[in-house]
Ligand binder design. Structure first.
Ligand SMILES: Cc1cc2nc3c(=O)[nH]c(=O)nc-3n(C[C@H](O)[C@H](O)[C@H](O)COP(=O)(O)OP(=O)(O)OC[C@H]3O[C@@H](n4cnc5c(N)ncnc54)[C@H](O)[C@@H]3O)c2cc1C
Length: 346
């Protein structure tokens, strides 16, 4: 494990911000992460745990230690009820894990195909897509406290998972490093489990795309392929245009707020939220304010996805946050709703 200095973070964040880390270290195993925590002087300086940098916006150099988690490994065992417990190290690429599980015929993660980033970051914001949140499959999260070096486990029900939220974004924020995550997956495509009851096909255009391809009894692999195809079509590839996916969370409002908005904006879309409140698509609010396709220098709002802010090349983090602020203000002025960023601004 080498401690490097003045390292460019451009290859380590999907927005492509060319900022530097004062110190940079890359633990390649769980034991290297634990060893690192023994060097108290390192952890006493400001530090940042970095996975794939796909949910980060750097607004300047980081004058502390960036810990780039690169631990690899996947283990599994069958449980008595026929489910499979899969444990993946934090530095595994998320989509590699999904591909691995789909290849084994284990169901649960396929709708979360092609989300960038690492396994260790997945519980942090409870990643979600196409009607599935990762909390639905998480059994437990194993982490180490950075102040004491103590290893801890949380069962899924203790992680305070919510919409793009968890204990790791709140009381444990900047206080722990996730070492590995255990998922409980079902045997999926098997003779004991025929049919498609174990698949989630009713979100977005998954079912229609499968029908268009003439697939009436889809496998887990079919669902993964369709989700990947939809995502490739709809979302900008960070390798071509810098971005961090959805920049804002969808606001969740009370019934009275929804009704007030509907009386002025009858086409307002809304969805019931598990909290009993109502989720309003932030993309719709932003589009109504005329931001879709907006560009100011190299900072912009994607032409197809108004929820995605983009760096066309040389935008700085400051220019992206200035654009973010303008969008927040215009949505607030028009709808009285405060948008909150989903992306971590550093
Ligand atoms: C094109 C694109 C599409 C996307 N689509 C989706 C989507 O459909 N659904 C969705 O939910 N998200 C989506 N995202 C956002 C992003 O992929 C997820 O948030 C992902 O989980 C971030 O993983 P990461 O490894 O890149 O985390 P990073 O950006 O490196 O870190 C994110 C946060 O997690 C913390 N963290 C990272 N690793 C650890 C660890 N081991 N221990 C403790 N804390 C840690 C970091 O400190 C930071 O606070 C998308 C992003 C892009 C660029």
């Amino acid at each position: 494990m080498h401690l490097d200095q003045h390292v460019s973070l451009k290859p380590y964040n999907t927005f492509g911000m060319d900022v530097r880390a004062r110190y940079f270290i890359e633990p390649k195993s769980r034991s290297e992460i634990l060893t690192l925590l023994n060097y108290r002087s390192m952890i006493r300086m400001p530090f940042l745990v970095l996975g794939g940098g796909s949910n980060m916006l750097f607004t300047g150099n980081f004058e502390g230690l960036v810990i780039h988690i690169s631990s690899k490994g996947i283990q599994w065992k069958e449980d008595v009820d026929g489910t499979v417990l899969v444990t993946a190290e934090a530095g595994e690429l998320w989509d590699d894990l999904v591909g691995f599980c789909v290849g084994k015929g284990w169901a649960g993660l396929e709708n979360l195909s092609l989300i960038p980033g690492t396994v260790g970051a997945a519980p942090v914001q409870n990643i979600g897509a196409y009607g599935v949140e990762v909390k639905d499959c998480i059994e437990s999260v194993h982490y180490v406290m950075t102040d004491s070096g103590k290893e801890m486990h949380l069962k899924s029900g203790e992680c305070q998972f919510g919409y793009r939220d968890s204990i790791f974004r709140n009381s444990l924020k900047r206080r722990c490093i996730i070492l590995d995550v255990t998922f409980r997956l079902s045997a999926g495509d098997s003779e004991e489990k025929p049919g498609t009851a174990h698949l989630k096909l009713d979100y977005g255009t998954i079912r229609k795309e499968l029908e268009d391809q003439g697939i009436s009894s889809p496998t887990i692999a079919d669902v993964r392929n369709v989700v990947c195809a939809i995502r490739r079509r709809k979302l900008p590839d960070p390798a071509e245009i810098g971005n961090a996916g959805s920049f804002f969370r969808n606001p969740v409002v009370e019934g009275v707020t929804r009704d007030r908005l509907l009386s002025t904006f009858p086409t307002l879309p809304w969805f019931p939220d598990i909290s009993g409140k109502y989720k309003i698509p932030a993309a719709w609010l932003i589009q109504q304010c005329g931001w879709k396709g907006f560009r100011d220098g190299d900072a912009g709002v994607h032409a197809m996805q108004p929820l995605v802010l983009v760096n066309y090349g040389l935008a700085s983090g400051g220019q992206i946050t200035a654009l973010m602020q303008r969008i927040i203000e215009s949505v607030q002025n028009r709808f009285g709703i405060l948008l909150r960023p989903e992306v971590n601004i550093i």
